[in-house]
Ligand binder design. Structure first.
Ligand SMILES: Nc1nc2c(ncn2[C@@H]2O[C@H](COP(=O)(O)OP(=O)(O)OP(=O)(O)O)[C@@H](O)[C@H]2O)c(=O)[nH]1
Ligand SMILES: [Mg+2]
Length: 382
């Protein structure tokens, strides 16, 4: 294997030289700002590996980092690779932005775009946010990002946080009014974490506060689904009812008006099954006293998530509740959906432990997760 570095004014130019010389099979190992000692060769360095040895290059802008390939050399390259991974991700994302749009734009601004897209905030939304943050800073809507002066880094980042915060809301109250019983239904795709989150909520907001709690299961689809809830209920010493029909559900609610909190578990529905559930969606969405939380895995691909959120629109969910935050490093899709739908975020589930792995959804928490890609340089304002 041969490892070779290419230097140029931009990442794109360096990559073009490498591809031209090494061909399409060459593997990109690293992209970074060139270290000070080799900055004279070009501002950016891209490192490629090829299996076949390549003829040496006379071009002074191209420096060979190969030499005889020893294991020391390789391990050095790989530890370097690890350290530079975050920088590479940002540099590559930055290079996805149209060069004409970026020309003259300060690094803080392009870094912000890179961080947002690396967190999987959709590119269009990320661009809009970065532009709006620039406009916020200069207080002129539609003004160019180039008007953000280079010394404005901290102010720009503050404007960025304000802009992000202005685009989504959080609300972790349970129920649609303070009147009791407060009734909460969890809906969502199969396996998204509805039942376990429902139990976490029942423990944290019912049992821990010594409130009268009733668990209701509409999940008669899957073999053993209601038993799963019964099992938890038995451990917790809480009542559980299984309702086969929406009529039975309504009746059980009426019979339990003395309870303070009623949690309704529903079957996990695929896109195809959404249409089959003719009765459940209109029933829930026509009951203003039922607070409907759409339970979604944060680890899902953004496009799939959008499709699922749209599919569950027939239920008119009141809030979005995200699970599996522990399983993903990119929480931008939570932001995408909260911003796109305007629905408040209610809770975050962060693991399998019941009842511990549940948090109220916090604006600052989500921004921390999204901006963590900036290596801690951007923190949410205290
Ligand atoms: N890592 C992780 N696992 C979770 C989280 N929430 C739930 N799970 C796990 O996901 C699996 C499915 O959880 P359930 O609560 O049964 O999901 P569900 O939405 O009720 O599933 P269906 O009723 O089949 O649609 C279980 O193994 C849970 O322990 C979370 O926040 N993080
Ligand atoms: Mg379930």
């Amino acid at each position: 294997m041969k490892i070779k570095s290419y230097y140029s004014r931009t990442v794109e130019d360096a990559m073009a030289s490498a591809r031209q010389e090494l061909g399409p099979e060459a593997m990109l190992l690293n992209t970074r700002k060139a270290p000070a000692e080799s900055r004279h060769l070009g501002e950016y360095e891209v490192v490629f590996a090829t299996l076949a040895p390549q003829p040496s290059d006379e071009d002074p802008s191209v420096a060979s980092a190969a030499g005889t390939s020893t294991s020391d050399r390789l391990s050095q390259e790989f530890s370097e690779l690890k350290r530079e991974l975050e920088g590479m991700r940002r540099a590559l994302t930055r290079s996805a932005y149209a060069p004409s749009e970026w020309a003259g734009v300060p690094q803080d601004v392009s870094d912000a775009y890179a961080t947002l897209t690396a967190a999987e905030i959709s590119p269009d939304l990320a661009r809009e946010i970065v532009q709006a943050a620039g406009a916020r800073l200069s207080n002129q809507r539609g003004s160019s990002l180039r008007t953000v002066s280079r010394g404005d880094g901290a102010n720009f980042q503050r404007a960025l946080i304000e802009e992000l915060q202005s685009r989504f809301t959080v609300d972790s109250s349970l129920g649609t009014s303070q009147a009791t019983p407060r009734i909460v239904a969890l809906i969502g795709p199969p396996g998204s974490g509805k039942t376990s989150t429902l139990v976490k909520l029942a423990v944290n907001y019912g049992l821990a506060a010594r409130r009268g709690v009733l668990l209701l299961s509409m999940d008669t689809h899957r073999v053993g689904a209601a038993d799963q809830l019964r099992g938890y209920a038995a451990i917790l010493g809480v009542n559980v009812h299984v309702a086969e029909t929406t009529g039975a559900l309504a009746q059980t609610i009426e019979e339990n008006r003395a309870k303070e909190l009623i949690f309704i578990d529903t079957p996990g529905l695929t896109q195809n099954e959404l249409d089959d559930e003719a009765a459940l969606a209109p029933f829930l969405s026509n009951r203003p006293d039922i607070d409907i939380h759409l339970v979604l895995p944060a680890s899902m691909k953004p496009a799939d998530l959008t499709r699922i959120v749209d599919g569950f629109g027939v239920f008119h969910p009141d809030r979005l509740l995200f699970t599996r935050l522990d399983e993903t490093g990119s929480c931008g899709s939570i932001f995408n959906e909260a911003a796109r739908t305007g629905k408040p975020l209610s809770f975050f589930a962060t693991g399998q432990r019941i009842p511990e792995d549940l948090e109220v959804a916090g604006q600052e928490r989500l921004l921390d997760l999204i901006l963590a890609g900036q290596g801690g340089r951007v923190r949410t304002a205290a």
